[in-house]
Design a binder for this molecule. Structure first.
Ligand code: NAD
Length: 446
């Protein structure tokens, strides 16, 4: 096992730094310390824990610029989006802390019974690279408010921004309440198997399944946010301009490296020519490039493996008869050019496997029931979107997804949970109900 993990700028391969790759022994030792720190943390009244957490986040404000730059450099997103993620996480940390306090207050039930939300113990938060700050942040805050201590295992692709952001947060919390444990998937496995009580995971379905198996022997609590293959249905009476803009923006956001990326579009054949033409015009305005060049809106793909996976899906689509309206199978190193494909069929990898790249993949339908059936045929069920007027609500009712948008994105309002259906996840986070998943419910009758 390598003793360290190196981190590279995905737009040019430049080495940015390295971190320790924690061994099994180090994982065991960290869990022991985290457990010891939990004894005092859980005893603090919840309002004191929340006050401490909010104060810690307030200290982060002064570092927002440096966090944003490092995030952009290490992950590849443009500086505007990186600022949005870093400052958004600082705000959300405080907002979630307050919301979680309300969620976790003891509730009086009928008679003399009350419902308490008690700490579970040590929570392992394992996070991905695509939103390296926000994804971890959303899980760390409710876990801490509930009186747990947290061990964060950030992605090995983006350890430096995780260290900078959460390392700064850690400095303003009592010792041992938040610990960062760097490492690859072997470190993640050791953490899952360690003496911890809950795993809050965001990442791929394959890793999620492995975590479920390892967590089973001790029936550890799980919150799992896994992959997606979000469909978009465009009905005959949809506002074409809005639908085309959404289709491109939803497919290209974060270079397509987003769990709720629009990955498959089913468009009514009677409007398909116009829709495809407008989508292609809009997509053609996007530019690839590094985070610090102006006017760039599609950054690099995180690593060569992901790049190869996308390129393979494009080749597969071409071999099975798809047509490229923009882009093609020849792609530069590190980047995928904005790509629009029509003629996607159910046999193509583009339709069945998560793509995670800047690709608009379109298929035409003649019968709305077929479109719904194909939209639902995926093993995933994170988000889904329908654009249309008459009948759009009925279509939305039929879509098997945790989050559905009608003539808008699937995200929901600020107080909604982030939730996947089918194999996109287990449990959920965000919102009053989501925060409660980080606590043990205890019924006490006096
Ligand atoms: P990944 O599963 O490869 O890695 C995620 C994290 O898990 C990393 O820290 C990694 O080291 C660790 N890990 C990997 N295998 C493990 C194992 N067996 N045991 C313990 N830890 C393990 O995912 P990724 O490539 O970093 O992220 C992309 C994936 O994340 C996509 O599938 C995307 O859809 C998903 N994602 C989902 C959401 C959501 O909210 N549903 C949000 C963001 C990303």
């Amino acid at each position: 096992m390598s003793k360290s993990i190196q981190s590279f700028n995905p737009s040019n391969g430049e080495l940015l730094g390295e971190v320790n790759n924690a061994s099994r022994d180090e994982v065991v030792q960290t869990i022991r310390q985290s457990k010891a720190a939990q004894k005092a943390w859980r005893k603090l009244p919840i309002n004191e824990r929340v006050r401490t957490i909010i104060r810690a986040y307030q200290h982060l404000d002064q570092h927002a610029d440096s966090f944003s730059e490092l995030l952009a450099r290490e992950m590849g997103k443009d500086i505007g989006r990186a600022i949005g993620e870093a400052t958004g996480a600082i705000y959300m940390g405080q907002h979630y802390a307050e919301e979680a306090q309300r969620a976790l207050n003891t509730r009086k039930l009928s008679g003399s019974t009350e419902l308490q939300y008690r700490p579970l113990g040590v929570v392992g938060v394992i996070s991905p690279w695509n939103y390296p700050v926000m994804m971890a942040n959303n899980l760390i805050v409710p876990a801490l408010v509930a009186g747990n201590t947290v061990i964060l295992k950030p992605s090995e692709e983006t350890p430096l921004i995780a260290q900078a952001f959460f390392g700064e947060l850690q400095k303003h919390l009592p010792e041992g309440v938040l610990t960062i444990l760097h490492g690859d998937r072997e470190t993640g496995k050791a953490l899952v198997e360690g003496d911890i009580q809950m795993i809050a995971f965001t990442g791929s379905k394959a890793a999620g399944q492995d975590i479920m198996v390892r967590a089973a022997s001790k029936v550890k609590r799980l919150v799992m946010e896994l992959g997606g293959k979000d469909p978009m249905i465009v009905m005959r009476d949809a506002n074409l301009e809005q639908a085309a803009r959404f289709a491109v923006a939803g497919s290209f956001e974060n270079s397509g490296q987003m769990c709720t990326s629009i990955e498959r579009i089913y468009v009514d054949e009677r409007i398909a020519d116009k829709f495809e033409q407008r989508v292609t015009e809009i997509a053609n305005m996007y530019q690839i490039g590094p985070w610090d060049l102006p006017n760039v809106n599609i950054g690099p793909i995180i690593n060569a493996t992901q790049h190869g996976k996308i390129a393979d899906q494009l080749k597969d689509a071409q071999q099975k008869g798809a047509t490229f309206l923009l882009g093609g199978i020849e792609q530069p190193e590190r980047y995928i050019r904005p790509t629009v494909i029509t003629g996607m069929t159910a046999e193509m990898k583009l339709e069945t496997e998560e793509t995670f790249g800047p690709v608009v993949a379109i298929s035409r339908y003649s019968n709305i029931d077929d479109a719904i059936e194909r939209a639902n045929a995926s093993e995933y069920g994170l988000g889904a979107v329908v654009f249309g007027n008459q009948g759009a609500n009925a279509v939305a009712d039929e879509l098997d997804a945790g989050m559905v948008g009608i003539n808008q994105g699937q995200g929901g309002s600020g107080d909604a949970p982030w939730v996947g259906a089918k194999q996109s996840g287990l449990g959920y986070h965000g919102s009053v109900d989501g925060h409660r998943q980080f606590a043990q419910v205890k019924v006490v009758s006096k």
